[in-house]
Write a protein that binds this ligand. Structure first.
Ligand code: ADP
Ligand code: MG
Length: 749
């Protein structure tokens, strides 16, 4: 079996990720190896595939019990013989595991470093055929790292005690040179293959939110990301308790984790999170090492962490499955003050004064780096990568800084109106009534309150809702208005003296649509993007099956299949069980165990929705729109009221992905003022006639259009949206080739 065959057969993946193949090949030629790769890059796979191909046993030294248990479960489920030995087992269980290991029953054996000292274990190791010793999370060996474990220092003595030196391989995500050197020296690696891959995690979106109203931000964030799994890190146990309570009261299933809880509570809460019972966990930095949950969609930091090393490691727990994920840091100047305070107060009784002073300087510097990250307007991703020694050239185009090129707008006038409105309403109502009044909305509730009789009624009619939101946030930030903490979130006057004395209110607004956009970011397109509304519905059914299986087998859902595998099933929607073979992450064992059940769901879905177009990526079937469903035919080009000449067509301004409305506007502009604008409906009707789009029905009476495979070829795209009621649908997007086609359609010769 070659490494690639093993990868396919056991893990169901077609190719190695960058660096993996090199490490495996080096190990298989008998060389030591040191791999520095970011979290989620696939370090475990490097030694697991190697272990499968080496003759005897591979011993994996791993710092955390939960980490071992998870990995062993996942390996067993992939049909690989593996076991762990740690303090969660009884003596009898340990004896049994060692006996089985000695008989060659396992390819991989996971142990905690403390175990290496036990005499029973040493005599087992001396007699067994140990091919490789792998040190996972190898930065734990370095005093320079943040997770130094003294017990890691015992690994070397253990290796020396063996009759024959096995291959040594070490893996870590911590980048700095000092740590790498430490690992090499302390483990005495012999001419190791050293591999340091790039630190970028392209699927992570970085953002910093400067806000003092963090609770509101978190609540709104969770409302905007229903059902998604995420971690919220807080600096202190107290914050964890408070925030978790707040979220629970607001109706979110959120678990909590910190060192102040009993071991039992921590285990339960962690499992609730891993098994998706509580999709969100609020935790201190005690949580996370060894958490392999692959579908974490966001990591929020409620407080600024104390170093970039910590931040990147914690944030890096998002998006291990490679799908887009967000890392948002909530920053307030208070965080810096508290961190400095803690640093100054820290006592290091074991350290010489000089060392303590050095340590203090180092940590202060780390804090400053973090603060710079929070305050920078430069590309956030590049700020991180530069810190870790890389030299990125262009801004990434997909982080909070790159996407929010703000303009400062002077909204002092509007601010006064908003404040007057709050005063007129006597500080008794929340945002909905205040905004409704300012916009002059015609609502029964407002009439009931007598709002139309107020002076401020309708005075900010011209401002878009989004600007009102930003203005309000600024007024709260400046203290001109205050909002109550209760569920009514009533707006009241704050201290408006500075405003009376002539202070300005500056609000950061996104720039008005400029023709040139920031760098497009194709790398962030995910496999999920190709699923239509129907595809997403099938995805949900597959997820339900996954949960059912996970529960009955006592496995975390992602050990059964990752989200990406389920999405791939929807994309391929095979017509036979055998068609499931190529699915992402479908190894032989999983195929035998699960393929038929997942296939049955796909088939049932198709039977119930024979016309459904599941995805836009693979032209699985000819999705001709059903007869009789076609709406009224629109008038053909020449008869349409709107038309272009060769000349006016030349004026058409092409843009990279227009919505229907943008396309319509661009057409109208090219046509000139004397021309009636074309309707989007007419454009869609023509596309339908050309079989470039097809209709998707919503569960309600509505429908929307998605491109057919021919439409995709022609340049039509589909962008996912979710309705206010939570129903997914899609809108059409028009790229230049199809813009050209439509322009030509309207030309009258
Ligand atoms: P690390 O130990 O570097 O943090 P893991 O080994 O836990 O990362 O891998 C992270 C995820 O990536 C896992 O879900 C794993 O199955 C997946 N993965 C690893 N290698 C590959 C590969 N070559 N192709 C596809 N997925 C992979
Ligand atoms: Mg790992």
């Amino acid at each position: 079996m070659t490494p690639l065959e093993a990868l396919k057969r056991y893990f169901g993946y077609d190719s190695f990720r960058p660096g993996q193949g090199e490490i495996v090949n080096a190990i298989l030629t008998g060389r030591d190896a040191l791999a520095v790769m970011p979290t989620g890059a696939g370090k475990s796979l490097c030694y697991q595939v190697s272990a499968l191909l080496l003759p005897g046993i591979t011993l994996v030294i791993s710092p955390l019990i939960s980490l071992m248990q998870d990995q062993v479960k996942a390996l067993n489920n992939a049909g690989i013989r593996a076991a762990f030995i740690n303090s969660s087992l009884s003596e009898a269980q340990i004896d049994k595991a060692l006996t089985l290991a000695a008989e060659g029953s396992y390819k991989l054996l996971y142990v905690a470093p403390e175990r290496l000292e036990s005499s029973a274990f040493r005599s087992f190791a001396a007699a067994a055929e140990l091919s490789m010793i792998t040190v996972d999370e190898a930065h734990c060996i370095s005093q320079w790292g943040q997770d130094f474990r003294p017990s890691y220092l015992k690994i070397l003595a253990f290796v020396d005690s063996l009759p024959r030196r096995p291959i040594l391989s070490a893996f870590t995500a911590t980048a700095t040179r000092a740590v790498q050197e430490d690992i090499r020296c302390t483990l005495r690696l012999q001419d190791p293959k050293v591999l340091v891959t790039g630190f970028d995690r392209p699927n992570l979106y970085f953002q910093v939110e400067a806000t003092r109203r963090k609770d509101d931000f978190v609540l709104q964030y969770l409302r905007d990301h229903p059902g998604e799994s995420g971690i919220i890190y807080c600096a202190t146990r107290k914050n964890v308790d408070k925030l978790q309570e707040l979220l629970t009261e607001a109706g979110f299933a959120a678990a909590k984790y910190h060192a102040g809880l009993t071991a039992e509570a921590r285990r339960t809460n962690q499992n609730d999170f891993i098994y998706d019972k509580a999709p969100v966990i609020v935790a201190t930095n005690a949580f996370g090492m060894g958490i392999d949950k692959s579908n974490v969609r966001f990591v929020l930091h409620y407080n600024m962490p104390s170093s970039m090393e910590n931040y990147y490691q914690e944030a890096g727990r998002a998006g291990r499955d490679g799908l887009p994920a967000q890392c948002v840091l909530l920053f307030s100047a208070q965080d810096v003050i508290i961190n400095k305070f803690l640093l100054e107060r820290r006592e290091n009784p074991d350290l010489e004064e000089e060392d303590a002073a050095l340590l203090y300087q180092r940590d202060l510097q780390r804090l400053q780096v973090m603060e710079q990250y929070c305050r920078t307007t430069a590309c956030l991703r590049n700020t991180i990568l530069t810190y870790f020694g890389e030299h990125p050239t262009a801004p990434c185009g997909s982080c909070g800084s790159c996407n929010n090129v703000y303009e400062q707008a002077d909204l002092t006038d509007a601010a006064k109106r908003m404040i007057n409105c709050v005063a007129e309403l006597r500080g008794r109502f929340g945002k909905a009534v205040v905004f409704g009044t300012l916009q002059g909305a015609n609502r029964a509730r407002l009439r009931e309150l007598g709002a139309p009789g107020l002076k401020s009624y309708g005075t900010l009619q011209a401002l878009p809702r989004d600007t009102l939101d930003r203005l309000l946030a600024q007024l709260l930030e400046d203290g001109y208005l205050v909002q109550t903490d209760d569920q009514y979130a009533v707006l009241r006057l704050g201290d408006i003296t500075p405003l009376k004395e002539g202070a300005q209110v500056l609000v950061r607004l996104p720039p008005r649509q400029e023709p040139e956009r920031t760098v497009p970011k194709p790398q962030n397109r995910s496999i999920m993007d190709s699923l239509t509304g129907a595809g997403l519905a099938l995805f949900a059914e597959l997820r339900a099956l996954r949960l059912e299986i996970a529960q009955s087998e006592g496995l975390p859902p992602y050990v059964v299949f990752g989200d990406k595998s389920l999405a791939d099933m929807c994309l391929r929607a095979p017509r036979s069980v055998e068609g499931m073979i190529g699915v992402y992450g479908m190894g032989e064992r999983k195929y035998e165990k699960y393929a038929a059940r997942f296939f049955a769901v796909i088939e049932a879905y198709r039977a119930a929705h024979p016309d459904a177009v599941l995805s836009l990526a693979l032209p699985a079937a000819e999705p001709a729109p059903a007869e009789g469903e076609t709406p009224r035919k629109a008038a053909k080009g020449p008869k349409a009221a709107f038309s272009l000449t060769e000349e006016t067509a030349g004026q058409f301004r092409y843009g990279d992905a227009y919505t229907g409305a943008e396309l319509k506007a661009a057409l109208a502009e090219a046509g000139g003022p004397g021309m009636k604008a074309p309707t989007i409906k007419a454009i869609e009707a023509w596309l339908l006639e050309q079989r470039l789009i097809a209709m998707e029905k919503l569960p309600t009476s509505g429908f929307y259009y998605v491109p057919t495979p021919a439409g995709v070829d022609a340049g039509l795209r589909s962008a996912e949206r979710v309705s206010a009621r939570g129903t997914p649908y899609a809108v059409l997007q028009y790229t230049p080739p199809v813009q050209r086609m439509i322009v030509e359609h309207f030309i009258v010769k």
